[in-house]
Design a protein. Sequence first.
Length: 66
Amino acid sequence: MDKDIIGYCSAIAQARRMLKLGIISMEDYEKIDLALLKKYDMPLNSLFRDETLLYKKKRDDVPHSS
């Protein structure tokens, strides 16, 4: 396996743990993810990303009830 993939997966696992423990917010987690993608030269649509970040909808895409 590529060293960049291992590095990204290891680092994001630590960030995910901090998110679950309430140490960081979801906004912080997203920022960390983007920084790690850049650091490890991985695309936004990488299969190794957290699926909640891959399929995250924009707030404008959420239908509103009337």
